[in-house]
Design a protein around this ligand. Sequence first.
Ligand SMILES: Cc1ncc(COP(=O)(O)O)c(C=O)c1O
Length: 430
Amino acid sequence: MTIATSPSRRTFLTLTAGAGLAGVAHAADTPTLPARPDMPAQELAANENYWAKIAAQYSVTPAIHNIENGYWGIMAAPVMNAYRAHTDKVNRENTYYARGAYNQDIEKIYARLAIFLGVAPDELLLTRGASEAMQILIGGYKKLKPGDAVLYADLDYSAMKSAMQWLADRRGVEVIKIDLPEPATRDNVIDAYARAFEAHPNLKMALVTHVNNLTGLIHPVREITALAKSHDIDVILDSAHAIGQIDFDLSALDVDFVGFNLHKWIGAPIGCGLVYIKKPRVPDIDRFMNEPGAEDDIRARAHTGTLNFAAHLTIPDALDFHEAIGIDAKEARLRYLRNLWVGEARANRDVQILTPDDPTMVAAMTSFRYRNRITTEENNAIMRELAEKHGLFTVRRTGPSTGDCIRVTPALYNTPDDMARLAPALGALT
Ligand SMILES: Cc1ncc(COP(=O)(O)O)c(C=O)c1O
């Protein structure tokens, strides 16, 4: 599908597609990206003409209305085409490429990511995903000694909670778990951390999630980090769901250790994650199993082995697509789609919406539960009924201390019609 763009925009997109990776041919049928209309993001959020053109960049199964886009993001057509081309090149050139030009190409990708995040390239380490990134940080954090304490919350990601619990055996520390309030507000979430930090003077490190995967809540990271710093507590931030979904300035968060994922909201191929460590803090993370390199070399913090080179090579293509839309427009559109179903569902007295409407605390993702239906079985049944009777694919989540729930996550290809189906379906559920 070809969509008209302004000459300047077209030049920009042509120049930046697959930036700088010589020798990669892009498939001839790559659709041209539509130009972003010149209007504020909030107004653009409801411009169906523009979003229909963006939606046309995604090839999506017609089998179901998929409103569960939190696992990973479908690649847009230009990204998918670039990934095919990179895969083809890596396969054709084999070790001649991997032992040669790849080493320069990957440095260009680090440089691009560093500009994107406003950090230095030697503060970044590519991984296969956010789990690997976070495990490097949590498992490798070496400032703990027996008698110290670490903290996590019920709304953190399950694999990260396990990693925090593992520190009890690995480092001999006390592991403190807090439950975050429901309904959450900016103040009561900050207060939950403040009380825990006050109550446990032996706390040295806290896991904090930026946008959690259970309710989609955007956590007030800057305030929590400032509080933690005032108690000499290091924060390890799980930003898997924040990058590409919400607009934030990493330097303003003032956090020294962050794990990211690029295959959710940035839309890179599966297998792309990222560690950020503020340069002077690199020595506070163990080098990986005696990996060689300087003491402050972040690349010595992982040994991934043979990589899916093509996935990492496609990161600039995913960033091109992401930046052509703009994070402000993306976040506003996702929240607009979210508000369409939540607005109606709140009128149903049997449905409890777990994520606040405060735009600083929510974007795409929101969870709900039927009052008093808190078990896994009950929520699996709701998820099944939504899929089988109403053609809506959602996901059950286990983890909040208050019980299981169902998460709804629109993506850029979803339409207002997809979202409008949910509230009536919730009204008709048995
Ligand atoms: C909050 C959070 N952290 C970490 C992860 C793990 O990401 P990955 O699949 O890239 O390992 C996820 C995945 O859903 C997540 O939601």
